[in-house]
Design a protein around this ligand. Structure first.
Ligand code: PMP
Length: 435
C-alpha cells in the first residue's frame, strides 16, 4: 500500500511539546514513528492525517458498536444537546435509559449512571463493600477493570515467571499504585473453581466482591467455561460475596443481555460503558435492588457530568437500536465471516490458530486451542501476532498491536470492509512468514 505517516509523524513531534508521549492516553502511543492521529471516522473505517484509510477493528476499544458517526445516534445526541448539558439536577430521560437497561439485562434491577467504565467499576466495588461490610475482593487474572488503584494489578511483567495458582506473581500495573492496597486483593485464575473456593474459604467473612469479565475483553477474549461461571455464582452465594460482572466491553455487544444472557448467569452488580452509547461518554452500574438501595444509606455516588444530556440521548437511541433491530446479529455474522476468511488464509499456509471470545469481539490466537486463562496466554508465543499486526496496519487494517485486545466488530462493517480486510490479512500473513 505504501502507507506514509509523514503528517502523523510531524504532528507527533509537535504534540510531544505539550502532551506526554504526544497523546491523551498511554494506550494511544504506538512508538515514535507509528503513532497515528485520526482525522475522522465514518462507519467501520477511520482516516489518519495522511489520508490513509483503515478498516478499524479497535472501534475506540469497543464503543462504536454501530459504527463511527452513526447518523441515528448523532441525531439523537443533537437533540440531547438542545436539552442543555448538565444541571446538577436529574432529567426525565434517565428513567427511560435505566428502564431499557433493566429490560435488556434483568440483573440491572436499579441503575445509576457514571462517566466511564473506571468510575462504574469503582462504584460497584464500593457498593459491594458497603453492602457486605467487608473490604477485600477477588480479581480474575487477565481482567482489566479501569485505572483506579484497586483494579490496577496484573500478572504481566517483563521477564516474568508464571508462578502457581496458589502463588501468582501479582504486581501493580502502574507505578504510583500504593503497595498497601495489595493487602485487600486476591487474584484467582480463570476456570479454576477449586482455587476460588480455597480463597473464599481461607478468607471467609472478609471478601466483599468477586470482580470478573466472563469473556475477557482485555485478554484476547479468553472465555470462562459456563460451568465455571455457574460455580462462581454458587460460591459467591455460599460465602456471601457480591458477584460483580464487568460488562464494560461485553455489555450490549455479545448479546442484548450481555455475557450474562450468553452464559445464563445473573450478577449481583454489573457495569456497562462502551457500546451503550456508541461512543458518547456514559457508563452505568446496574444491580440487585437491595444492594443498589445502599445509595440513600450513606454510600457516596455522584459526579458533575453524570448523565449528561448529550450522552444520555445517545444511550437511549443506541440501546433502542440494539434492542429492537438485528444489529447484534449482523455484527456477529460479520465476525463469523471474518474469522472464516482468516482461517481459510491461515489454513492454506498450514498456520495453526484458534479464536477466543465472541464473534463480535474475538481474539486471534496462534495455537490449536485458545488459552483458558491469562497465564496460558502469557506463556504463549505471540510474536507472530505482533509482527502480523504491524504489517496489517501498513495494509490499512487496524487491529490492536497487542494480541490481548479482541477484534471489535460494528454494524457498519460491510462487504467492502470484509474484502479489504481479507486482502490485507493475506498480505500481512505472507510478509510475517517471510520475515
Ligand atoms: N472494565 C473493562 C472490562 C474495560 O474493558 C475497561 C476499559 N477498557 C474498563 C473497565 C475501564 O473503562 P474506561 O476506560 O471507560 O474507564
Amino acid at each position: 500500500m505504501g502507507r506514509t505517516l509523514d503528517k502523523s509523524n510531524a504532528h507527533f513531534r509537535k504534540a510531544l511539546t505539550r502532551l506526554p508521549l504526544g497523546v491523551a492516553s498511554n494506550f494511544r502511543y504506538w512508538g515514535e514513528d507509528r503513532t497515528i492521529y485520526v482525522k475522522r471516522g465514518r462507519g467501520g473505517r477511520i482516516w489518519d492525517l495522511d489520508d490513509n484509510a483503515y478498516v478499524d477493528y479497535r472501534l475506540g476499544y469497543g464503543p462504536a458498536i454501530l459504527g463511527y458517526a452513526d447518523p441515528r445516534v448523532d441525531a439523537a445526541a443533537r437533540q440531547g444537546m438542545e436539552v442543555g448539558g448538565v444541571f446538577a439536577l436529574s432529567t426525565e430521560r434517565e428513567y427511560a435509559v435505566a428502564a431499557r437497561i433493566a429490560k435488556m439485562v434483568p440483573a440491572a434491577e436499579l441503575v445509576r449512571f457514571s462517566n466511564s467504565g473506571t468510575e462504574a467499576v469503582m462504584a460497584a466495588l464500593r457498593l459491594a463493600r458497603a453492602y457486605t461490610g467487608r473490604s477485600s475482593y477477588v480479581l480474575l487474572e487477565g481482567g482489566y477493570h479501569g485505572l483506579f488503584d484497586a483494579a490496577l494489578w496484573t500478572l504481566g511483567v517483563d521477564g516474568w515467571n508464571p508462578g502457581s495458582n496458589t502463588d501468582p506473581p501479582v504486581v501493580p500495573y502502574s507505578r504510583g499504585v500504593p503497595e498497601i492496597t495489595r493487602q485487600l486483593l486476591h487474584v484467582a485464575p480463570m476456570n479454576d473453581a477449586n482455587r476460588l473456593e480455597d480463597i473464599f474459604r481461607a478468607h471467609a467473612g472478609e471478601i466483599a466482591a468477586m470482580l470478573m469479565e466472563p469473556i475477557q475483553g482485555n485478554c484476547c477474549g479468553i472465555t470462562a467455561d459456563p460451568a465455571y461461571v455457574k460455580a462462581v455464582r454458587e460460591l459467591c452465594d455460599r460465602y456471601g460475596v457480591v458477584l460483580i460482572i464487568d460488562e464494560v466491553k461485553s455489555g450490549f455487544r455479545v448479546a442484548r443481555g450481555g455475557v450474562q444472557e450468553l452464559m445464563g448467569v445473573r450478577a449481583d452488580l454489573c457495569t456497562f460503558a462502551k457500546a451503550m452509547a456508541n461512543g458518547y461518554q456514559i457508563a452505568a452500574i446496574g444491580g440487585r435492588e437491595d444492594i443498589m438501595r445502599q445509595y440513600g444509606h450513606g454510600v457516596a455516588h455522584g459526579g458533575t457530568y453524570t448523565a449528561h444530556s448529550v450522552a444520555l440521548a445517545a444511550a437511549e437511541k443506541t440501546l433502542q437500536i440494539i434492542d429492537e433491530t438485528p444489529a447484534l446479529e449482523t455484527i456477529a455474522a460479520y465476525g463469523r465471516r471474518l474469522q472464516a476468511g482468516m482461517s481459510e488464509i491461515l489454513n492454506a499456509r498450514g498456520i495453526v490458530h484458534s479464536f477466543a471470545g465472541h464473534p463480535s469481539m474475538g481474539g486471534l490466537f496462534f495455537a490449536e486451542t485458545p488459552p483458558t486463562n491469562y497465564r496460558d496466554w502469557k506463556s504463549s508465543d505471540y510474536t507472530f501476532y505482533d509482527t502480523m499486526a504491524r504489517h496489517l496496519h501498513d495494509e490499512g487494517v487496524l487491529c490492536e498491536p497487542d494480541s490481548r485486545e479482541p477484534w471489535f466488530i460494528c454494524e457498519a462493517h460491510d462487504e467492502s470492509c470484509l474484502a479489504d480486510t481479507l486482502r490485507g490479512f493475506e498480505i500481512a500473513v505472507d510478509r510475517t512468514i517471510a520475515e
